[in-house]
Design a protein around this ligand. Sequence first.
Ligand code: AHM
Ligand code: MG
Length: 337
Amino acid sequence: HAAEAQRTDLMTITRHVLNEQSRHPESRGDFTILLSHIVLGCKFVAAAVNKAGLAKLIGLAGETNVQGEEQKKLDVLSNEVFVKALVSSGRTCVLVSEENEEAIFVDPALRGKYCVCFDPLDGSSNIDCGVSIGTIFGIFTWSKDKDNVTLEDVLQPGTNMLAAGYCMYGSSCTLVLSTGNGVNGFTLDPSLGEFILTHPNIKIPKKGKIYSVNEGNAKNWDGPTAKFVEKCKYPEDGSPPRSLRYIGSMVADVHRTLLYGGIFLYPADQKSPNGKLRVLYEVFPMSFLMEQAGGQAFTGKQRALELAPAKLHDRSPVFLGSYDDVEEIKALYASMS
Ligand code: AHM
Ligand code: MG
């Protein structure tokens, strides 16, 4: 039986990206090289996460990051690995990391055209209890050349993004990637050390049965968000109520939303008028992936990818997921505000 036979023709992530690039005859393989360095970072973090308890890597490193939260040692380590891998690829010019207040400008001798925004280890409150965490990244290109690299090269609207993805360190390690031509998922085969295409051409269901939000913030929500969640629980059209799933790790919550359908929301509230999630390395990459998979991403005011961040660590509310579910929240914002 063909399906049961040992698979011998392996579609690794590198092979997949090379195939995609062959559609662009002018390409010189720079993106493939960049991606292989991102993949190296993901493999390192996957290995570190797996042995975190054993290696006594968990726990506080005694540092505080940009948002004033205590940083875990694994965050520091992951950030260092990604920064070094990206710089040494020779294909990047500016890096924006959640863990660094300032952008990192790559030494001119090592510069290439890509600008990478990333959260090396998102969902860090979940590290110590072994719940899924992830890396998120979004990629732009410089607007001029290596002698004229400025912050403006990364403060671009999300519609300019070239590629985005995340790697989830869960019960398996899965890397989901879009280079603007659909979304594909790759699972790390630990025996090979390679990401193998396991989820080709991911499309999010048009409508879902799950909503995903931190309901503990409900008392501070605005009208449309509160109304939406009430309708999830007490549907007005006779449909069954929706299930609530919330991990508190954006990568895991978005991954489930992508595969099963539904909606993930991190709305504004009275305490955080811009929500919690950061535009450049959380909202943009996930919105890009959702749109590429046939879903939508909305901020409460506009298409999320059309935001133009003014600062590196700007935040925005976000509602993303199945097309019809996001339509519903858009209609509520249109009629109630
Ligand atoms: P972090 O970057 O400090 O880890 O915070 C981002 C995480 C997301 O993964 C997740 O969606 C969100 O914070 C959960 O926040 P909350 O605990 O407020 O629900
Ligand atoms: Mg984080």
